[in-house]
Ligand binder design. Structure first.
Ligand code: MRU
Length: 344
């Protein structure tokens, strides 16, 4: 699998997801402002991938600070962190990763700035490596829920592309596939930005995992025909009570799954669990440009000029619609998260 994000020759190299699947291109970010722009423009997207990228953005920005004074250095890094944190509001991994970089910085008080700069690069690499390891562990736990012959419906892209690698929801799929289970994925296209059509379908086809693409409004009918055995999606933020923020349309899938007696699973690492937020109502939902809705893939217009548009990028699925949450530590009921993860 092509790396989603990596530190390469003193730059942050991103696979440009806004160009997929037609073009496999990379963005080489040589300063933190370009990293922030890439996050805002969805060149890199998906909660864990955004977190890793922001951490690398902090490390990259830190390299360009021209001072030997630790306090002045900390102040300048703080400004870089604020800039990166202002890119997208919903995925908590962004804030989690930035906080982790700040903690590393604070732990190195008194050391030479050159040494601190190196440590920040190393910490961002650790965040990336840990993310991949967590996804593989999550995959192992989740694969136990997937049986030979199962068809799995997923929404948006929660795959290698949305993470440091391997994926959360698609990590579960990948692990089951690697165990030799004959499975199939139904990918919702995921309007308006089409992460399901452009990214999930592409990623699974690269790995030769059987995938069938549907438009979002087909899911209910397909469930009614008994063609779906389980749903697995990712998450951008999970509140302490188990409510899940994920790509717009996830809530509809969860309601449909409940109506048809189909298990609905969420796969997410601890960096997505936000115990400081009590419930889904308190999660800020990003509102994006009207053009995402009034045109297809930013070019072909499909609506009358000037029409009023709503474009929330995420929705909240209440905990009671979630069968279980698959994490790197095991599979838990949504209400169990607060006790399982309270010490992190
Ligand atoms: O707007 P995006 O593409 O960043 O939204 C991504 C999603 O909603 C994913 O489903 C979520 O981040 C889980 S990714 C492992």
């Amino acid at each position: 699998m092509i790396p989603t994000v990596e530190w390469k020759e003193g730059a942050v190299r991103l696979l440009d997801q806004s160009r997929l699947p037609e073009h496999v291109e990379f963005v080489n970010c040589r300063d933190y402002r370009t990293v922030a722009m890439a996050i805002r423009e969805l060149r890199v997207r998906g909660a864990p991938a955004i977190g890793v990228t922001a951490a690398m953005g902090v490390a990259l920005g830190a390299q360009g600070i021209d001072t030997a004074d630790y306090e002045a250095f900390v102040k300048a890094v703080g400004g870089i962190c604020d800039h990166l944190a202002a890119t997208r509001p919903t995925a908590v991994n962004l804030f989690w990763a930035i906080e982790r970089m700040k903690r590393t910085l604070a732990s190195l008080r008194g050391r030479a700035v050159m040494e601190v700069k190196r440590a920040l690069i190393e910490e961002s690499q650790r965040i990336l490596d840990e993310d991949i390891a967590m996804n593989k562990a999550m995959g192992r736990h989740g694969a136990a829920l997937v049986h030979d012959g199962h068809t799995i419906l997923t929404h948006c892209n929660a795959g290698a592309l949305a993470t440091g690698g391997y994926g959360t929801a698609l990590g579960v799929v990948r692990a089951a596939w690697e165990q030799g289970k004959k499975i199939r994925v139904i990918a919702d296209e995921t309007r308006p930005v089409l992460q399901g059509a452009r990214l999930t379908a592409w990623e699974l086809m690269q790995d030769k995992i059987p995938v069938t693409l549907i438009t979002d409004n087909m899911a209910g009918s397909i469930m009614r025909q008994g063609l779906i055995h389980l749903c697995v999606v990712g998450a951008d933020r999970i509140a302490a009570n188990g409510d899940v923020a994920n790509k717009i349309g996830t809530y509809s899938v969860a309601v449909l799954a409940r109506a048809h007696g189909i298990p609905f699973y969420v796969a997410a690492p601890y960096s997505t669990i936000d115990l400081a937020t009590s419930s889904g109502d308190r999660i800020t939902i990003e509102q994006r440009n009207a053009e995402e809705v009034t045109s297809i893939h930013g070019s072909h217009p499909i609506a009358p000029l000037g029409v009023e548009v709503l474009n929330p990028a995420f929705d909240i699925t209440p905990a009671d619609l979630v069968t279980a949450i698959i994490t790197e530590r095991g599979v838990f009921k949504p209400y169990e998260l607060a006790t399982q993860f309270k010490h992190d």
